[in-house]
Design a protein around this ligand. Structure first.
Ligand SMILES: [Zn+2]
Length: 263
């Protein structure tokens, strides 16, 4: 039984064949999926989908690359309303992204400040609603951890698609946060990620596809889908010298405890 903790089922890339994608996931023993939203509209789309799929839960939030879709304060109330939905299991995907250029009309410094405001408002909301958070980082590690760590007593975060060293992760893991691995860990040269996957204790990491992106070997370069989390589990098991059953069971247990609403 595998658990894909990060799969963008609301991506337009799945609009044409989502039922077949979900069928293939179930056939590959992927028994649970968390679909993170990227903005308010995407969150609504995912909640409508999840109502009919017992193995799908949703994280609602504004992705840093879509932070320009919100301004002022009213959006926080909209997000609070969406977060009350029984299918919501976390706030996400939220974070900071300094890799992509600012959208039209934003100077770099203003864009970074706006992303930080949108992130902080969502961390406050998550803490208030007692929900954990799914965190996105792209070339923003220091600023992101500086904003998240002060919330450590009130919520837990998963640093999704983690590609750093174990030493980088350790202070976060010590505060109760998690990391999760995508298909990158299965690539031919995963670099120091291989060491991270070996070193991280069971109970402190999860698995994900980040579909439709980052397909693991042997699907690299194709559209990724939740069924492939099984390939990532096999890669992690190989690195750790554990059975795939052990990795699947450990990461499923960790995810069930992290996300609300699953027992
Ligand atoms: Zn994502």
């Amino acid at each position: 039984m595998f658990f894909d903790t990060h799969t963008h089922l609301g991506s337009r890339q799945f609009d044409g064949d989502l039922p077949a994608v979900l069928e293939r996931a179930r056939a590959a023993s992927v028994s649970r999926m968390v679909a993170p939203a990227t903005d308010l509209k995407n969150a609504g789309k995912l909640l409508a989908l999840a109502e009919n799929e017992p193995d799908v839960r949703v994280a609602v939030g504004i992705h840093p690359c879509d932070a320009d879709t919100v301004s002022g304060d009213a959006w926080v109330e909209e997000l609070r309303t969406l977060a009350q939905h029984p299918k919501v299991c976390a706030i996400g995907e939220i974070g900071l992204d300094y890799f992509h250029a600012p959208p039209e009309g934003f100077a770099l410094a203003d864009w970074k400040a706006h992303q930080a405001r949108v992130l902080t408002a969502q961390l406050e909301l998550a803490a208030e609603l007692r929900l954990n958070v799914i965190l996105h980082n792209r070339e923003s590690w220091e600023d992101l951890t500086a904003l998240v760590l002060p919330f450590s007593d009130r919520l837990r975060g998963v640093f999704h698609c983690f590609t750093g060293t174990f030493e980088q992760a350790q202070p976060l893991l010590d505060r109760g946060h998690l990391i999760s691995f995508t298909g990158i860990v299965s690539f031919k040269n995963p670099g120091f990620m291989a060491d991270t996957a070996r070193a991280v204790p069971s109970g402190q990491y999860m698995l994900e596809t980040d579909a439709p992106y980052l397909a693991p070997m042997p699907h690299r370069g194709k559209r990724c889908e939740p069924a492939y989390v099984a390939d990532t589990a096999r890669a992690v098991a190989g690195l750790r010298g554990e059975s795939v059953e052990t990795v699947a069971a450990d990461t499923t247990r960790t995810a069930l405890e992290f996300f609300r609403g699953w027992d």
